[in-house]
Write a protein that binds this ligand. Structure first.
Ligand code: GRF
Length: 189
């Protein structure tokens, strides 16, 4: 049975594109929909390039349950958050137990939680003088960045590294691991 997957993103969508490419020739997994809360986010261009339908929605529509209703109508089995900045409503978490995954550009539980996203994370890591950073892929629960960890990968942070240098190393880990981790979770559904 083909697993129908929806990707939520708020920005550039480089992870979303990487995931789309990874599953392009996988008949067991269909990236059916890209959903975005920003009308001019570049992820929408990326979805278009791969012929994947996209939906732009507002925070209000998410909070009022319209997006959960859409996922059910589209018979979505699994949700991937790839650079998505809104909190997932409790009703949606409840409807998709251990079927929503998120990627965070740091080693949770450190450098996570509300407001910790994108460059803010890497700036905090550098400011704290950390010697390593990395990625955390986790199931989504009703709290920001605190669901069960599925996978972590680490990278070295040099004293001379800028936040941008850290971002480059972390993005490399995201591209190397996120699709495969999604695939392994889907295989166990
Ligand atoms: C990534 O760093 C991801 O870890 C975080 O948001 C960023 C999304 O980047 N959740 P992109 O939109 O996939 O390029």
């Amino acid at each position: 049975m083909t697993k129908q997957v929806a990707i939520f993103a708020s920005g550039s969508g480089s992870n979303a594109e990487n995931i789309i490419k990874h599953f392009e020739n996988n008949s067991n997994v269909n990236i059916k929909l890209v959903l975005c809360n920003k009308k001019d986010a570049f992820v929408l261009e990326r979805a278009k390039k791969f012929g994947i339908p996209s939906v732009v929605f507002s925070k209000k529509q998410m909070e009022e349950g319209e997006i959960l209703a859409l996922l059910k109508k589209e018979q979505i089995d699994f949700v991937v958050l790839a650079g998505f900045l809104l909190k997932v409503p409790d009703e949606m978490v409840a409807a998709y137990p251990n079927r929503i995954v998120n990627i965070h550009p740091a080693l949770l539980p450190n450098y996570g939680g509300k407001g910790m996203y994108g460059m803010k994370v890497h700036e905090a890591v550098v400011a704290a003088g950390e010697r390593e950073s990395g990625i955390t892929i986790h199931f989504v629960n009703e709290f920001f960045d605190s669901g069960e960890t599925i996978f972590q990968a680490r990278c070295e942070v040099l004293p001379t590294d800028s936040p941008e240098d850290v971002a480059t190393k972390v993005h490399a880990l995201e591209y190397a691991h996120f699709p495969q981790v999604i695939e392994s979770v889907l295989e166990k559904l």
